[in-house]
Design a protein around this ligand. Structure first.
Ligand code: FMN
Length: 180
């Protein structure tokens, strides 16, 4: 069977964001497994207008669902903003529909309490988009996994949790492919 394609979606777009560091680490760990094609998908690259505010012809707006169509599953890199996900990620989720359906997802979150509140909000949204989010999710603390709140230095214990999460994404991603 063709290996699954899994997009590692960076949820933040602000200047100075930490999500590329977290996403790159997740990709590095995931690539070691050799069980799927993992790629970073940076929402910022698509320059998505707020839903309904653009012309509808923006290249990024057309490219976004195309990119999602090419993927069998997702790992969301989620940061906590005011106890929820970023506006940019919510807009990106809203900016496609069928392309999300019947796919698996894992969540990696960070924040002062590991980003858990944002991750739980995301789960509610994913249900509506028919994305099957798996149970295991690594949660990184701003206090202990980022040096000076800036440089990502994850504690070793997170590697096992990440691999459990990826095992589940690959298993469900393969199963759900049969529905599409
Ligand atoms: C607008 C805003 C709101 C935030 N709210 C929270 C919060 O409610 N809880 C929390 O743990 N961290 C909060 N933070 C801290 C972020 O989790 C932290 O800055 C993180 O690095 C943001 O991810 P990013 O660097 O990828 O943008 C907030 C940060 C911003 C910019």
């Amino acid at each position: 069977m063709k290996p699954l394609s899994i997009g590692i979606i960076l949820g933040s777009t602000r200047q100075g964001r930490l999500s590329p560091q977290v996403g790159n680490w997740v990709k590095e760990m995931a690539d070691r497994r050799g069980d799927a094609n993992y790629e970073i998908v940076d929402i910022a690259d698509f320059k998505l207008p707020f839903l309904g505010e653009g012309t509808g012809e923006e290249p990024g707006l057309l490219a976004w669902p195309e990119k999602l169509s090419s993927l069998d599953g997702f790992v969301f890199i989620v940061q906590e903003y005011n106890h929820s996900i970023t506006g940019a990620l919510k807009n990106a989720l809203d900016s496609a529909r069928d392309e999300w359906n019947n796919k698996a997802a894992g969540i990696v979150s960070y924040g002062s309490t590991g980003g858990a509140r944002a991750a739980e909000h995301l789960r509610g949204i994913l249900g509506e988009l028919l994305v099957a989010d798996v149970r295991a999710y690594p949660t990184f603390s701003m206090f202990t996994d980022f040096e000076n709140f800036q440089t990502f230095k994850p504690a070793e214990l997170h590697v096992d949790k990440l691999n459990i999460m990826l095992d589940q994404v690959i298993a469900w991603g393969g199963a759900l492919k049969t529905l599409r």
